[in-house]
Design a protein. Structure first.
Length: 305
């Protein structure tokens, strides 16, 4: 059975991108339901799939993440990978769907779980906001704070991969990806077509889909007057090529094949090689790239076709 990909809310289980996208296992209200109930659910997933990757939104209550760690400890299992990406809620949902796509391929559990860290670098996530007065996820200048109180003001914000904030007006733009992407949009209580009518064409996205706004988005962005968006790599062949182009190593602790300098299952990092750099012998392209790295060159060529 393929590795199970779980999310901490139904709103993070986006519709399938293609016919091979596997369904997500939904683990709702982890911090409010009885421990024995949630423990049994995760044990069943492990019995059925062998390994489990749980994607948790960074905006989810801390109690959810603590409950996941409690369950992992009680089961004494290193077959559960907890992944809490530094992304807005819609970006986390898109990343979970990418992992669901890859779960249908011949990737080992360690490589699939590690792929989440790699794919995060290629996600462009942001929002159009009616106010930045309560935004604390992206640096906001005093001038922008003052203008956010003006009636009708709107701001385009990119939270990942590099923070950007501009006030909507003539010529307003956000620097976007240098490769072909698709875009998912989730509308809140803000009436605006700027994302679909201006940003998407400027970024030359190759497909746009609307989904409901994730429950945690208003808390993450500090306002319910928003339109959240996320540009991403949507083609399974490109995702697979990108992941498999990265050098794999074997985790010295649990023995799983991984990419990058961290095993997402057992949290082990490479041992010290004695030269002052504990990751020197195992370093891969899993660092934040300023541009597409050499290991992803084939993926870039595929994206520009």
């Amino acid at each position: 059975m393929p590795t199970a990909i779980a999310v901490t809310g139904a709103d993070l289980a986006l519709p399938a991108q293609d016919e091979r996208t596997l369904p997500a296992a939904v683990l709702p209200d982890l911090d409010r339901r009885p421990l024995d109930q949630t423990l049994a659910e995760i044990q069943i997933l492990l019995d059925q799939h062998g390994h489990l990757v749980v994607v948790c939104s960074g905006a989810a209550p801390e109690g959810v993440y603590r409950r996941l760690h409690t369950i992992r400890s009680l089961l004494e299992s290193d077959r559960i990978a907890l992944f809490r990406p530094d992304l807005p809620p819609l970006g986390a949902a898109v990343l979970a769907r990418q992992l669901r796509q890859l779960a249908s391929c011949d990737l080992s559990p360690g490589v699939l779980a590690s792929a989440g860290r790699l794919l995060t670098h290629y996600i462009h996530a942001g929002a159009l906001l009616g106010s930045v007065a309560r935004l604390d996820r992206v640096p906001v200048t005093l001038k922008a704070h003052a203008k956010s109180w003006m009636p009708g003001s709107q701001f385009a914000v990119l939270a990942h991969p590099q923070p950007q904030l501009v006030r909507i007006g003539p010529g307003a733009a956000l620097a976007g990806p240098e490769f072909a992407t698709r875009m998912t949009v989730a509308k809140g209580q803000l009436n605006s077509d700027w994302v679909t009518g201006t940003l998407a064409p400027a970024w030359q996205v190759q497909g746009l889909r609307e989904v409901p706004l994730p429950a945690d988005s208003a808390r993450w962005w500090g306002t319910g007057k928003l339109v959240e968006f996320c540009a991403y790599l949507g083609d399974l062949s490109v995702l697979y090529q990108l992941v498999t182009s990265v050098r794999q190593t074997v985790c010295h602790w649990c023995g799983l094949d991984v990419i990058g300098d961290l095993c997402v299952f057992c949290r082990a990092t490479p041992p010290d090689t004695g030269d002052g750099d504990p990751t020197a012998a195992h370093r891969t392209t899993d660092a934040r790239p300023a541009r597409l790295t050499e290991s992803a060159a084939r993926a870039r060529r595929a994206l520009t076709l």
